[in-house]
Design a protein around this ligand. Structure first.
Ligand code: NOJ
Ligand code: CA
Length: 685
């Protein structure tokens, strides 16, 4: 008897997973095309778990998988692997706009079916894709009846976690994502948002996030045991995490892995895990640069609401449109044009009109003027977190803007965390999180409706980015972190390291409407005790290259640009759409250097390169090899750098602009002041 039993055991192991039993754990693994990164799944003790190695060293220790449901059995144990399937792909696809035109999708895939150990009935599939730059896996659950998920049990057990460092912002707090970043031992990160970036004792950099967040709640990470982060889905106001309607796929759980910090920045994992464009012809989606009737409100020079200081007047908008056209900008954002801003607008979500302009804002006349001079009005919808009021009007609001030739709308969902107001089916007010399933759907519905009007969306106070711009290319950009506005009124303003943090955290998820380019930093005086950008002028320029967005704002007032026409030239020249992007060097939170090649479009020939380098509070000198340039081609390097006396606190304006001829053979030594930067245009000769 014993002999027969063990022979069966051997057979089960040989046919890898087809007939595994509870006593013989099946283990399957799949590696990246370059063989360095490996994902392994096992059903030991009928408890599915996975682990990850990089260069044969553990990155993620065995970590559990599964779900708990309301009033239905959990999917956590009693499950064994019943079958597996393997695929691989090596394809290239094109972005209509982006940080790179062509993206390579090169991965190996393993699909594992988990079945009930007793009944042998399939319960879910885990689809795993391993790329050279990271891993994505998702659950595909075959239930045909509606289920409510109360907890997703996916764990990320960081290997050697006591020696790891993490960079993070807190989840489920009073704010959404607009915090300063913390650098701590990994064990001190309690409940965090993703992208969650960490570095292990071997210097391996890892970032945990998700891709294709659709009809599901955002995943935050909760460190419940030292080093083990468990997925913590942002719940509905009734406490349920996700309401499913039968068969469902989760978003991809992603783990980007690299030997150095810049590998995370050069990864295209998140985009590759999203579905291709579903909108068809998107030639109406226009990347570009814009100005705004905006900063004046943030520094108190103007108001959103009516009265003497009202920003959004017909006259001012016409002036801005003329200025924009004259200096080569595509659009002008105008906030505070519609009724409802009077009083404390933060709490005014119930009274905003999205179709009625203030009497001193003549939409038709403005549209006509824009057409004459050659710049477009950019629309604005601030909901102050009342989505039902917005939803009631949004179709008319987009139709109105479409008629006026508006191609982009910035939306806003200002409200404290957990305070998004909706009216439920029974007419009761409910208050939801910005990143729960309700709002995940709300943001995407808004983008889909906008597409019907050939309008693109820039969402502020958004759900975090998970790469949906690939599927819906009219979702151009978003905020979703502390932007420039905090330098006007935030406590504290963004510290010198802030943008060097964003590059390795928030920016891994996708484009950000940070709104760079503040030239007048003295509106409250200089020093480190006031609200102002805590940077040099050169750093403000470098941000256009470092912080990717297909629509980039020149955030300051026109008169401040005219006062520094020399520096303004860089903003006029720099494109917002790229053929290629390369993060050259950097360390998380300390510094970063990007080179990007412009994409052929309109006035851009597609031949020039740009470079942006920024540093934190440390001044530093960085040698940059220009070997990214085409060999044999000569370029005029137009270099905007911190002058010899520049330092952010008291002398931010010292800027030196030089020209020199360079080729791919050369190396440039960049000298960055404290919180300084360098911005370069390499003009092809
Ligand atoms: C918050 C946005 O981030 C900001 O840009 C905008 O000006 C205000 N909301 C008002 O809508
Ligand atoms: Ca904001």
């Amino acid at each position: 008897m014993r002999l027969v039993f063990s022979a069966t055991g051997i057979a089960a192991t040989l046919v890898a997973g087809l007939f595994t039993s509870a006593t013989h754990a099946a283990t399957h693994s799949v590696s990246s095309p370059d063989g360095k990164l490996t994902f392994q799944i096992s059903d030991d003790h009928s408890q599915p778990s996975y682990q990850v190695t990089f260069n044969n060293k553990a990155v993620i220790n065995p970590s559990r998988l599964g779900f708990d449901f309301a009033r239905a059995p959990s999917l956590r144990d009693g499950l064994t692997i019943s079958s597996t399937q393997r695929n691989s792909a090596d394809e290239r696809w094109q972005q209509p706009w982006g940080e790179a035109r062509e993206i390579r999708d090169h991965h190996n895939e393993l699909v594992v079916t988990l079945a009930d150990s007793q009944s042998k009935q399939a319960q879910y599939q885990l689809r795993v894709r391993v790329f050279d730059d990271g891993i994505g896996f998702r659950y595909e659950v075959a239930h045909d009846s509606a289920r409510y998920i109360t907890r997703e049990l996916t764990e990320f057990a960081v290997a050697d976690s006591d020696k790891a460092t993490a960079w993070w912002i807190p989840a489920r707090g009073w704010n959404r994502y607009e915090y300063t970043y913390k650098t701590t031992p990994l064990h001190d990160a309690a409940h965090v948002h993703t992208p969650f970036t960490l570095k292990n004792k071997d210097g391996v950099h890892v970032s945990i996030h998700e891709a294709a967040l659709v009809d599901y709640a955002a995943m935050t990470l909760n460190q419940r045991r030292p080093g083990t982060f468990i997925s913590d889905l942002t719940p509905w106001s009734d406490g349920i995490a996700v309401k499913t309607n039968g068969q469902f796929n989760t978003p991809w759980r992603t783990i980007q892995v690299g030997a150095q910090a810049t590998d995370l920045l050069n990864s295209r994992l998140i985009l590759n895990l999203n579905e291709p464009n579903k909108l068809g012809d998107v030639s109406w989606v226009e990347p570009g640069k814009y100005l705004g009737i905006w900063w004046g409100m943030h520094i108190g020079k103007n108001t959103w609401g009516s009265g003497e200081k009202h920003g959004a007047t017909t006259e001012r908008t016409k002036e801005y449109l003329s200025f924009a056209a004259e200096h080569g900008f595509d659009g002008v954002l105008v906030e505070g044009w519609n009724t409802g801003w009077d009083g404390d607008w933060f709490y005014n979500g119930d009274v905003f009109s999205f179709t009625e302009a203030y009497p001193d804002f003549d939409l038709d006349a403005i549209a006509k003027h824009g057409e004459q001079v050659g710049a477009r009005l950019i629309g604005h919808h601030e909901t102050s977190g009342n989505v039902s009021n917005y939803r009631d009007q949004v179709a008319d609001a987009f139709a109105l803007y479409e008629k006026a030739g508006v191609r982009q709308v910035k939306t806003g969902y200002v409200a404290d965390g957990g305070n998004i107001k909706r009216i439920d089916e029974r007419g009761h007010a409910r208050f939801e999180w910005h990143d729960g399933q309700f709002m995940v759907n709300e943001y995407l519905d808004n983008v889909k409706l906008a597409a019907k009007h050939k309008i693109s969306i820039n969402t502020h106070e958004p759900i975090k980015d998970t790469g949906l711009r690939r599927t819906y290319p009219n979702w151009l950009t978003r905020e979703g972190a502390r932007g420039q506005e905090f330098n006007a009124w935030g406590t504290p303003p963004n510290p010198p390291e802030h943008t060097t943090m964003l590059a390795y955290t928030r920016m891994l998820s996708g484009p950000m409407d940070f709104t760079p380019g503040i030239f007048d930093m003295s509106f409250n005086g200089l020093g480190d005790k006031t609200n102002r950008p805590q940077t040099t002028l050169a750093k403000q320029l470098a941000l256009y290259v470092v912080l990717y967005s297909p629509v980039q704002m020149a955030a300051d007032l026109p008169e401040n640009y005219l006062a520094r026409a020399d520096a303004f030239q860089f903003i006029k020249d720099v494109p917002a759409d790229w053929e290629q992007s390369i993060a050259l060097t950097g360390e998380v939170g300390d510094y970063v250097v990007f080179a990007r090649k412009e994409r052929k479009r309109g006035k851009y020939s597609g031949k020039d390169w740009y470079l942006g380098a920024i540093t934190d509070e440390q001044a530093r000198s960085i040698d940059v090899k220009l070997d990214f340039l085409e060999p044999g081609q000569r370029f005029e390097a137009q270099i905007y750098q911190d002058g010899p006396k520049a330092e952010w606190k008291h002398n931010p304006y010292d800027l030196s602009i030089q020209k020199q001829i360079v080729t791919a053979q050369d190396t440039l030594t960049l000298k960055l002041a404290t919180s300084g930067g360098t911005a370069i245009r390499f003009k092809a000769l």
